[in-house]
Every structure is written in C-alpha cells, then in structure tokens.
Write a protein that binds this ligand. Sequence first.
Ligand code: HEC
Ligand code: HEC
Length: 330
Amino acid sequence: MLKLTTLSLAAVLAISTAAHASGEPIEAIAPAKVKDAGLAELGKKLYFDTRLSKSGFISCNSCHNLSLGGTDNLKTSIGHNWNQGPINAPTVLNSSMNLAQFWDGRAKDLQAQAGGPIANPGEMGFTHELAVEVLQSIPGYVTQFKKVFGSEKVTIEEVTKAIAAFEETLVTPNSRFDKWLKGDKKALTANEKAGYTLFKDSGCVSCHNGAAVGGNSYQKMGVVEAYKATSPAEGRVAVTKDEADRFNFKVPTLRNVELTYPYFHDGEAATLTQAVETMGRIQLGKQFTADENAKIVAFLKTLTGDQPNFKLPILPPSSDATPRPKPFEK
Ligand code: HEC
Ligand code: HEC
C-alpha cells in the first residue's frame, strides 16, 4: 500500500487518479452479487440473533444497527453488562471492500472478524461453544443449517461463514455521487461539485479513494500534526509490532459517512464539520474556511447510497432444551 512517508502527496495523487478508468479517484459501487442466497439468508438471521450473546440481548445489529448506517452512533459501544467499549464501532456497510477488518486490520476478512465479538467478554460475552450449543438446540436453525451446509451438526465456522455472506450483501450503490460518476450531471449541485473538487485538490483522495472512498490502506492519524487521541488504541503497530506503524489506522470508508457519526477511532469528532476540520489540519496542514468546510461536507453527504432493504428476519424460537440467557451475570 502507498505510504505518504515514502511518496510525496502529489505522486500518490497522480498514481491513485491514474488507477481508475473514469479518470476519477473514486469509483461507483457495484450492487452486491449474491453467490448463495440460502447462506446469506441464514447469516441475516444470525446477524439479528441476540441468543449469540450471553445476555440474550446483544446481537451484531445492536452495535452495527442497519437502521443507523451500520453503526451505533455512540462514541464507543456498549457491550455485555453495560461494558464501555474501547473504540468506535465502524460501519458494516461496504465492509466487504476493506483490505482487512478492524481499525488496526487484525482480522484478515469478514469471516475471521465475525467470531470475535461473540466471544469478546466486553461485547457479546459468550463463547463459541455455547453459541453453537444454543443454535444446535433450536430445531428451526438445525433444519436451515442442514439445508445450507448438508449436515445437522452446527459449527462456529458455519456460523461465521453465513454471517460474512450476509455482510457481503450490505453494499450501498446508487448514491447521488455514483449517479454523477456514471454521467448524470444533474445529480450533484454546484456546491457539492465544488466540495468534491476541494476534496481532490486538497489531497483527501490520496487516502480516501476507490469504490469505498477509503478502506484500502493504513495511514498515520496525524501526518502533519500529532493527533491527541482520547483512547489508548495504538493502531496497526498492535498487529505488526513495527514501530513505524504506531498510530496507523485503516482509513475508514467515507461511504454513508453522513449516517455514521461520531467519527474517528475514538469517536471524538461529533460532527462532519469537526472531522473535516481535523483532517485538513492534521493530515494536510490546511485550515479550511467555513465555506470550504461546508462545501466538503456537502460533497460527503452525496456519498449516502441505497441502504439495506429487506424484511426483518423472524427468528426460529428456542426449544425447551435451549440454554437460557444470563443477562445480569458478569
Ligand atoms: C458491543 C458492540 C459490538 C457488537 C455486539 C459487535 N460489534 Fe462489530 N465492532 C464493534 C467495534 C467496537 C468494532 C471495532 C473494533 C476494533 O477495530 O478494534 C467492530 C468492528 C467490526 C467490523 C470491522 C469493520 C471495519 O471497518 O473494520 C465488522 C465487519 C464487524 N464489527 C461485524 C460484527 C458482527 C458480524 C457482529 C456480530 C457477530 C459484531 N460486529 C458485533 C462493536 C461491536
Ligand atoms: C494521510 C491520509 C489521510 C488524508 C490525507 C485524509 N484522511 Fe481522512 N482519515 C484518514 C484516517 C487514517 C482516518 C481514521 C483516523 C482515526 O480514526 O484515527 C480518517 C478519517 C476520516 C473521517 C472520519 C471517518 C469515520 O468514519 O470515522 C473523515 C470524515 C475523513 N477522514 C475525511 C477526510 C477529509 C475531508 C480529508 C481531506 C481534508 C481527509 N480525510 C484526508 C486518513 C486520511
């Protein structure tokens, strides 16, 4: 991946711009191609199923709420036993486009990621064994796992595979910006286009580019000026143990960014105006005027695409043998 430490901004810009046929550094999002509808449908149920948590109260959707842009709109999440999470929950929308998962990229893909929260004591507070035991005790699930995987024995690999397949459907095409990219010149106002020009000319696109407008590289938070974070997260160094990666974070996608406040890994920027001000100052050494900032924000709001649209899944009921939730146990 390109690193600003080794290449000048202008060079990075030239490379990232040249990479796309449209001549633009951002590409339109293609609608999801569902490879296995049964698998994704099972994954959708599991995504909403609170019985994968110890409390019987927390599902993936609790922190990645699909009615709220795939986030919880909290600075940091609330986990099992009202545990205060250490870091802001990124959106699951378009997460299949990320080069890896988590702010520090410690999970290589969506399937590797999906097992994490179930067994994380501060998130869903459960174990993989108990999650499988619960599912195995629910006849409606056993039938569906058998249909999809051909066996009545539920495994955690199947659970995470199904959830990942569902997440792959969570892409958001048809934003106004994408319509404009595809040639509908009336899709953006003059003000929004001016914002896009500023976004390109100021150098934001050197890190936020591609179909997801981010998600495809790790970059330093605080290139020009140090960022004073309120969380102890150290970034990519936690994975690579290479000091050069200290405070490098996966560049977040800016798709649907209007919906995914608050911003940054510590959730410290409450508004887009604040996030744009901070980015300009600490990444690029730029002080935007209020008018420039508002134009960039107006552009960013054109990146909101079609949100997931489906019937709320109705989950199969527990059986008499299903282990009961323990909402108030540590
Ligand atoms: C208690 C809140 C909580 C729950 C429940 C939860 N997550 Fe997360 N999720 C987070 C937080 C916080 C992060 C960021 C952690 C990090 O980067 O260190 C995250 C990260 C992710 C990411 C990575 C996104 C990216 O851009 O890097 C994906 C994908 C994801 N979660 C999916 C899921 C799935 C699937 C489930 C259910 C099995 C789930 N989450 C349950 C809070 C939660
Ligand atoms: C050097 C690479 C780089 C440049 C240049 C850059 N960004 Fe970022 N951007 C990042 C990284 C890394 C993060 C996440 C940082 C963190 O949370 O610690 C981020 C986060 C953001 C966020 C918050 C997204 C979220 O979901 O939390 C917004 C909004 C944003 N950038 C907009 C911009 C704008 C506008 C510009 C140009 C003025 C810009 N960025 C320039 C790397 C960059």
